[in-house]
Design a protein around this ligand. Structure first.
Ligand code: ADP
Ligand code: MG
Length: 382
């Protein structure tokens, strides 16, 4: 771990408090009126804990930016309330809340050097020298950009510009850091590098961070907790693992990655184990969540992730019979599509394909079996 990130970010942002708790209560934002009214935020409530790296995730237009800008104070809510550490800030001006913001477009001043860009917020706040220079240096060190202090933004790569934008937000020692799709303009490799760096900077500094993205990988890899939004309301809130492994409904299951949705009839509901039936045969499930959905009067929708399913020899114990439709080879994985009677084509993700460890090496048209662990079957609401 680079020394400059951990130790310098810690000293830069050694905040007197533990970070701010953000409480959002029954928040509503309606744009326009009458026939043109659009509800961007629909009676939304949540609490973001001090020091938490909290993600607002969801498809385009679900209200992420609107919610973030209400937290910053740039948009006035229609109704509801926002508290910072128990103090009502709902209608306070942005400069009264002390939030730092980073946008998708870096929005650096082109005529100013990197150091001048970072110093901007300190000039506005009339922070005197030498404290100002020291804080600019510390902020640049926190994002590993100190050697670029004299450059102009157009002499930097996209990733470097975004790190300067982050330094500019951090240097004012904000109570809350707000990031709106900060990595969307960067290429895939840089995005991956910066994910880890941003997470480290946020966690080392202890600052409460709200991070907006439509990219589920970004949320899964960085977040302490995630709120998945749809049409201005929260579909589910939880840790990345909770959302991925225990999605409450079909929307959450599908948004968080690939999945198979299988309609099955429960033939036996025991306390732990449930037996399901589809046309191809029967299989066992031990759902870790959403047991309340199960009934034996109607079909249940089940989610099984492709990586939880293995291809095996036809007739192997505990497997359902099928036949291979096609395989897409991706190097590290192969994605198989298997026809299984009574459900849509089953997606199977195989790690390290065509190795000696593979149970089978089928060709399209071959008979195969598919099987999965009972605990990997998740009943979901429709
Ligand atoms: P996201 O950031 O998740 O893509 P936004 O918060 O930008 O979503 O937008 C949520 C909804 O509110 C969208 O339907 C959008 O068209 C609408 N909206 C956002 N800003 C305005 C505005 N200033 N005037 C009218 N409608 C808006
Ligand atoms: Mg947005």
């Amino acid at each position: 771990m680079p020394e400059s990130i951990t130790t310098r970010a810690g000293s830069l942002l050694s905040l007197p408090t533990m970070g701010t708790r953000i409480t959002i209560n029954n928040l509503v934002k309606v744009f326009g009126s009458g026939a043109n009214a659009a509800t961007a935020c629909d009676h939304l409530s949540l609490t973001i804990e001090p020091g938490e790296l909290f993600f607002l995730l969801g498809p385009s237009g679900c209200g992420k930016t609107t919610l973030l800008r209400m937290i910053a104070g740039f948009i006035d809510p229609t109704s509801g309330r926002i508290d910072f550490d128990g103090k009502d800030v709902t209608h306070d001006a942005p400069n009264k809340r002390n939030t730092g913001m980073v946008f998708q477009s870096y929005a650096l001043w082109p005529h100013m050097s990197v150091a001048q860009n970072v110093a901007f917020g300190l000039n506005v706040r009339k922070v005197p020298n030498p404290e100002k220079d020291q804080r600019v240096l510390d902020a640049l060190a926190a994002v590993q950009m100190e050697q670029y202090a004299a450059r102009k933004p157009n002499q930097l790569s996209g990733g470097q510009q975004q790190r300067v934008a982050l330094a500019r937000a951090l240097v004012i020692k904000p109570a809350v850091l707000l990031l709106d799709e900060p990595l969307s303009n960067l290429d895939a490799k840089l995005r991956n590098d910066l994910r880890l760096q941003i997470r480290r900077i946020c966690k080392d500094s202890g600052i409460t961070t709200v991070y907006v993205t439509h990219d589920q990988k970004e949320a899964l890899s960085m977040a302490d907790r995630v709120a998945l939004l749809k049409n201005g309301h929260i579909e589910q809130i939880g840790t990345p693992r909770e959302l991925y492994r225990s999605p409450k409904n079909r929307f959450v299951a599908e948004f968080l990655g690939e999945t198979n949705l299988i309609e099955a009839k429960a033939t036996e509901i025991g306390t732990d184990r449930v037996q399901f039936e589809i046309e191809a045969g029967r299989f066992d499930a031990e759902p870790e969540s959403n047991q309340d959905i199960l009934t034996n009067s109607e079909h249940t929708l089940l989610s099984v992730r492709p990586e939880a399913i293995q291809l095996c020899k036809p007739g192997a114990e505990g497997s359902l019979p099928g036949s291979l439709l096609e395989t897409t080879y991706l190097g590290e994985t192969a994605q198989h599509l298997v026809e299984v009677k009574g459900c849509p084509p089953i997606k199977v993700a195989e790690m390290n394909p065509y190795s000696a460890g593979s149970a089978v090496h089928p060709e399209p048209g071959d008979a195969v079996g598919v099987r999965f662990m009972p605990t990997d079957v998740v009943p979901v609401h429709r």
